[in-house]
Design a binder for this molecule. Structure first.
Ligand SMILES: Cc1ncc(COP(=O)(O)O)c(C=O)c1O
Length: 413
């Protein structure tokens, strides 16, 4: 089922980009990290499908690295944003949409009393750390080893392997290591920062244990620390009330971005009344943080997700995909590991090793899928959208069966 794919427009754009943009592309969306047949430039998206600049179509399992939750160009969301855009998006201050969105978020998040908005996940995680520092008068943030919270000096010291000043690392799902990090902070700990689940790139994902989540809550309460949940990646895909709601553990601050506005640029921080004074005392603003259209889009995204029970749909198709991949891999004798929530799928291949960047099976599998019209990142977790249909999944599994056959043949012992 492979089709001959044109790449000439993409190649020409890469060439032009190299002349005027450092390395032709910035960030981890740089296609040079992907198999050779992956496009860098895209032309359009509709529902669960994406077209590159050469007109090649893909069923999409990356969703713009997370933001697309209801599918590309979702009519309800885009109409809500468009209507506001027509009236005026960037004004001297916010519109009523900011209040409406905050009211909706507070309504669906039982523990939270307020919401605050910005543009990127990093804005929200950095501001969360600043609020915790203001509230406690202390500086050190305890955070999990290898966890990504944004590209800011608050979290990374240039080189991703070096933790930033003012942070001490613990190991995810290991309360003992959190206690050790607390001791190492020598009474200067302001907060524990924790991701909704462990999703460091290239390694098996790990869900939090209930004991770990509850233990963090208790440790924060006992020591006067702020518990910050980084829900940028999981938020609105795992649970509409926050990704730790099913665990029964409430944070003090929760950072959202990615899926909240179905591709419209907005992030949010939610928090408790006890931190309201610290918010007032901690400066925050941004040129575009008050634009109204993304707020209307976020409100429409959340309302639509609630209306269609989007989480249930994501879990249903996520399980179909996971079961189908496992069956196909087993049938071809290919060893794989699928970890983390099914809505945010990750498949890694036995025999590959991301720590040495030696992942030929994952690259081969993703390349074979791309040739068959399926876009799946080889090592970064994927993201599902509610636009994925049973037909899309069936096509994907058919393509995957052929791709596993190629991997089995290429990497036979
Ligand atoms: C868990 C987590 N936190 C924070 C961020 C940073 O978000 P942004 O890239 O929108 O600044 C990301 C981005 O991938 C993320 O996955």
């Amino acid at each position: 089922m492979t089709t001959e794919r044109q790449r000439s427009t993409d190649a020409a754009l890469r060439e032009r980009a190299r002349a005027v943009i450092p390395n032709g592309m910035y960030g981890h969306q740089n296609a040079s990290f992907l198999p050779d047949n992956f496009p860098q430039f895209f032309a359009r998206g509709a529902g669960a499908h994406l077209w590159d600049v050469d007109g090649n179509e893909y069923i999409d399992y990356l969703c713009a690295y997370g933001p697309i939750l209801l599918g590309y160009k979702h009519p309800t969301v885009d109409q809500a944003a468009g209507a506001v855009q027509d009236a005026g998006d960037c004004l001297n201050g916010p519109t009523d949409k900011m209040v409406e969105l905050a009211e909706l978020l507070v309504e669906i998040t039982p523990w939270a009393d307020w919401a605050w908005f910005a543009k990127n996940g990093t804005d929200a995680t950095v501001y969360a750390a600043s609020i915790a520092r203001t509230a406690t008068g202390k500086q050190t943030i305890l955070r999990a080893r290898g966890a990504y919270h944004g590209s800011s000096p608050t979290w990374i010291a240039g080189d991703r392997e070096i933790p930033a000043d003012g942070t001490i690392e613990y190991d995810y799902n290991d309360l003992g290591s959190v206690r050790a990090a607390l001791d190492a902070a020598e009474s200067d700990a302001a907060a524990v920062m924790v991701s909704a689940f462990r999703h460091d790139v290239g390694i098996d994902q790990e869900l939090p244990t209930v004991e770990f989540a509850r233990g963090l809550r208790e440790l924060c309460d006992a020591n006067g620390l702020v518990l910050i949940l980084d829900d940028v990646r999981g938020g609105f895909r795992l649970d509409m009330a926050g990704s730790w709601a099913p665990l029964g553990v409430d944070p003090d601050l929760s950072a959202y971005c990615k899926a909240i506005g179905n591709g419209h640029p907005i992030s949010a921080l939610m928090g408790r009344d006890s931190l309201t004074e610290a918010v007032a005392a901690t400066m925050s603003t941004g040129s575009y943080w008050f634009t109204a259209a993304p707020m209307a889009a976020a409100k429409a995204t959340i309302e639509t997700m609630l209306e269609i029970d989007g989480i249930a749909h994501l879990k249903r198709i996520g399980n179909q995909l996971r079961d189908g991949w496992q069956q196909a891999a087993d049938a071809h004798g290919v060893g794989i590991r699928q970890t983390g929530p099914v809505q945010i799928p990750l498949m890694l291949f036995d025999g590959d090793d991301f720590t040495t960047r030696n992942v030929p099976r994952a690259y081969r599998f993703a390349a074979e899928l791309a040739e068959r019209g399926v876009y799946l990142h080889p090592v970064h977790n994927g993201f599902l959208s509610t636009a994925l249909s049973d037909e899309d999944i069936a096509h994907t599994l058919e393509a995957s069966d052929e791709a596993f056959a190629v991997v089995a043949a290429d990497f036979a012992d």
